[in-house]
Design a protein around this ligand. Structure first.
Ligand SMILES: [Zn+2]
Length: 291
């Protein structure tokens, strides 16, 4: 049995890790005391009152359409050298958790990355005899073409800020194996899944729109990181590349969810990890889960 469905499509979550995160000033420009003010509806799934830390999650989504098994975003990955200590050389039973929903890596037909930050591409590859090889050997890996050009440019810039490492261990092996597919805005994987341009967090960020039986779920990646951004839609994270564009994109998707009842399924929300949206004046309200 799957975790939930969107219009008949089975959806499962593959957890990597989650909990309170020591990310100082993670949400930029949030009014002082906002977390404490909203603690009643936020906690304990979205805010750890005791420590004052924000709750975040790292997970992938698996969608089973009539034709394909599709993995969306691939977390941080095992054994990867990363500059942030909490993400450096981690080891989690991610593949066992995939097995727990009845899938082996070879069963995955498509991997779709909303964008190419390190926490969305990690399990693209795994370490085998000292080499990074594609984890999902039968899959095509779909990346937004603008996003790929951007990480390539950063990786080969004189001051790559770590993108060179990410490119080499999590992207390049997929390019070399011939498994990469580059997608433009509107790329349709099958009659259920479409990738669409949603720039701001990164220049080439893509939302994956899942449709079935008149229902829609939006796999929104990092368009929104935390439920508090429904109330404060113009508040971005320290990781959003173009703050103004990130806000505009967030407002566009929150508005669409509110007006059409779409399910919002981002990459980092605490449990239950997805929700619905309603309008509240010029801002929005987040409603965890289906209701
Ligand atoms: Zn992310």
């Amino acid at each position: 049995m799957s975790e939930f469905t969107v219009g008949g499509l089975q959806i499962d979550r593959i957890a990597e890790f989650g909990g309170p995160f020591p990310l100082q000033d993670f949400l930029i420009g949030l009014p002082k005391g906002a977390f404490d003010q909203e603690a009643d509806w936020l906690g304990p799934d979205y805010f750890d009152k005791a420590s004052g830390l924000v709750i975040l999650s790292s997970h992938s989504w698996v969608i089973r359409t009539r034709h394909h098994k599709v993995l969306i975003d691939t977390c941080v990955g095992n054994h990867k050298p990363r500059p942030i200590p909490a993400f450096n050389q981690i080891e989690t039973p991610y593949i066992a958790r995939l097995a727990a929903v009845g899938l082996s890596p070879d069963d995955i037909d498509f991997v779709m990355c909303t964008h190419l930050h390190f926490d969305h591409v990690g399990w693209n590859t795994r370490l085998e005899n000292g080499r990074w090889v594609p984890t999902f050997s039968n899959a095509r890996y779909v990346f937004g073409s603008r996003e790929f050009e951007n990480i390539q440019a950063l990786a080969f810039s004189p001051d790559p800020h770590g993108e060179g490492i990410i490119y080499n261990d999590s992207i390049l092996p997929v390019v070399e194996s011939g498994q990469m597919v580059l997608a433009e805005d509107g790329y349709a994987l099958d009659d259920n899944l479409v990738m669409e341009a949603s720039p701001g967090h990164t220049p080439g960020h893509m939302v994956i729109r899942a449709k079935g039986q008149g229902k829609t779920g939006l796999f929104a990646g990092d368009v929104i990181h935390h439920p508090l951004q429904a109330k404060y839609p113009d508040v971005n994270t320290m990781f959003c590349a173009d703050p103004e564009l990130a806000s505009a994109t967030r407002r566009r998707y929150l508005g669409e969810c509110a007006d059409h009842g779409h399910l919002l399924i981002p990459a980092h929300l605490g449990a239950p990890h997805y929700g619905r949206i309603s309008r509240d004046g010029d801002a929005f309200r987040f409603h965890p889960g289906h209701e």
